[in-house]
Design a protein around this ligand. Sequence first.
Ligand SMILES: C[S@@+](CC[C@H](N)C(=O)[O-])C[C@H]1O[C@@H](n2cnc3c(N)ncnc32)[C@H](O)[C@@H]1O
Length: 370
Amino acid sequence: MDKPRDAAAKDGHVETSPASTPAKKPHADGSPAESNAAPVRSELMVAETTDDPAIEADDTASDAGYESETASRASTSVCSSVRDYEFENNRRYHRFQEGRYQFPNDEPEQEREDMKHAMVVHLCQGKLHYAPLENPQKMLDIGTGTGIWAIDMGDEYPEAEILGIDLSPIQPQWVPPNVQFMVDDAEAEWVIPPDSLDYVHIRHMTSSIRDWPTLLSRAYQALKPGGWIELQELQFEVRCDDGTVRQGNKVAHFFETMKRALINFDVDLLAMRHNKRNVTDAGFVNVTEIPFKVPIGEWPKDARMKMIGLYNRSMIHDALYGVAVRPFTRGLKWTPEEVEVYLIDVRRELTDSSQHGYTPYTIVTGRKPG
Ligand SMILES: C[S@@+](CC[C@H](N)C(=O)[O-])C[C@H]1O[C@@H](n2cnc3c(N)ncnc32)[C@H](O)[C@@H]1O
């Protein structure tokens, strides 16, 4: 990774070139299912089945008020496309390695990603990572998005260098001096020197990555012996521990539809179910899985979980059209109008606090031996 650039400090942060700069810079199809009173059981719906304690429901809940030292070879051949965007159905998409990632990168999507970050940090009681890092020097954040995690880590570890890579140049210019961003494709061949990183962070990437074993083996090679990898993923299925989620739940149906749509882009939306096994197969040891439950809506009794549920519901609500429109139109051949109409019922279902659904959130950490 590069040394931080000399730049005027502002609030402890330095101005970097936009991540669009290519070189070394700081850088379903599904018809809606019917609604009945039995718990949903489908591939994506594992109802009433976990060993973890159930979240206690608040019986009084209502919904009122709701509405390049480069990382890869791809970056060595970048051209002006890194600065460009594509527009489709009034949403903006990345242009570099066009078509790799099916979700938008515009302002509304960035705001939603930052809200998801706030939700996850709240869920993790303020922790930005679970790997037991000791004096880390070099860290890599794969698919850094708005860079919000990398920036927070830069503040938490001022002695470390953090590089965030992404297909989109959407990261801010004012960042801590030890944080850099770069436009790069994590699935292209890496040129990061072997045994050079202390920590690789991958969060919310299951809607993106096609070949997990290859990505993980590249991360393994790039890590120093003793270095850590961490994967944090929200699992896109509606689970329930008390039978209140109804058959044909539209949010569950939406996730199932999205899974079908993304198959057309060679992406498995539920690939995170194999994270622990994949990390182990890549050669990591001390592999640990930490499960969480993220309620959908404000149905939990506990105030903290209620707040997290509100975040989660808003995050899903705000995502719907943006994340669906390209996969459903290109992948399932729906029209944008069909997507709009389909989402009406999904939005309605999201506000129903009588259904105590949650999405799993799983963190997997592993250490490179040595
Ligand atoms: C759901 S966002 C997650 C952002 C960030 N990891 C977080 O947790 O806040 C996924 C990000 O991965 C990026 N991405 C998708 N495929 C990628 C690839 N092959 N290489 C680099 N970035 C990628 C997208 O551009 C998007 O910003």
